[in-house]
Design a protein around this ligand. Structure first.
Ligand SMILES: *[C@@H]1O[C@H](CO)[C@@H](O)[C@H](O)[C@H]1NC(C)=O
Length: 254
């Protein structure tokens, strides 16, 4: 890259905060076409879901409004519902259940069964840096609403005799608040629920969740699938037969 072009980019970056209001008719015409702020933020969100963008600490400032709109939108509901429908298609077409009490399915909790959108709504939809104290204060109230489509899948799995296993990165001290919250919004009848204890607080969520999975599989369960909103809930060894990801552009857990 030439020095002049480099400086040009630096200047553009410095100017962006000043021209956010004008983004609708934006520039970025390096490749000969103009893009809007909506194009830019939609592409950011898409690349988060594709797992090209990782480890982001906050939603980019210029996309806070866009992400807020998405989280409140019909599109978010439709995207989530589609993920659930695909789980159901998979169950009906590709799972040869043994029905011996060892068929199992794993769920994540936050933004998979319960929605943290009411909390993030007051925190710029992920535009503010994570404050664990305030997030846990909110979780302790046990007021997180259910994600309706996930509840539908949860009940469908139960009715098919599949054991439901919940693995959350929430810490042990939130156990009773979380269980009350789940019961209050209609989730009951799971087989196991795992919280992070102090021993695994310092390993990554991905490692913690994989380790729990190994324990569950060593206990004789066949994991037919996982539903989560983070790659750290669905990646890692041992892997299940299938994984399904719900959209979540508000935060990244590694
Ligand atoms: C985090 O949240 C707590 C509780 O609401 C608050 O007292 C504290 O000031 C916050 N910390 C930061 C860095 O904002």
């Amino acid at each position: 890259m030439s020095k002049a072009l480099g400086w040009c980019l630096v200047c553009t970056c410095l100017l962006i905060p000043l021209v956010v209001a004008d983004w609708n008719i934006l520039k970025l015409s390096r490749n000969g076409f103009k893009i809007s702020l909506k194009n830019y933020c939609e592409s950011w969100r898409m690349n988060v879901e594709l797992h090209n963008i990782r480890d982001f600490e906050v939603v980019p400032e210029e996309c806070i409004e866009y992400i807020g709109k998405y989280m409140k939108s019909t599109q978010y509901k439709v995207d989530s519902e589609r993920a659930i429908e695909e789980c159901l298609v998979y169950l009906s077409t590709s799972c040869n259940l043994k029905k011996d009490g060892r068929d199992a399915w794993i769920f994540d909790i936050d933004d998979t069964l319960l929605s943290t959108v009411p909390y993030y709504k007051n925190n710029q939809y992920g535009g503010n840096k994570l404050n664990v104290t305030s997030l846990e204060q909110w979780m302790r109230k046990g007021k997180a609403p259910a994600l309706d489509h996930s509840l539908k899948l949860f009940n469908e799995l139960k009715s098919r005799g599949i054991q439901i296993i919940l693995i959350t990165a929430r810490r042990e001290h939130l156990r009773s608040a979380t269980i009350d919250n789940l019961l209050n919004v209609g989730y009951y009848g799971w087989t196991r629920i795992f919280f992070r204890d102090t021993a695994n607080e310092f390993v990554s969520v991905k490692k913690y969740k994989s380790d729990v999975r190994r324990e569950v599989m060593n206990g004789g369960y066949r994991i037919w699938g996982i539903l989560g909103d983070q790659y750290s809930s669905i990646e890692g060894i041992p892997s299940p037969r299938r994984t399904f990801k719900l959209p979540n552009p508000m935060y990244y857990v590694s």
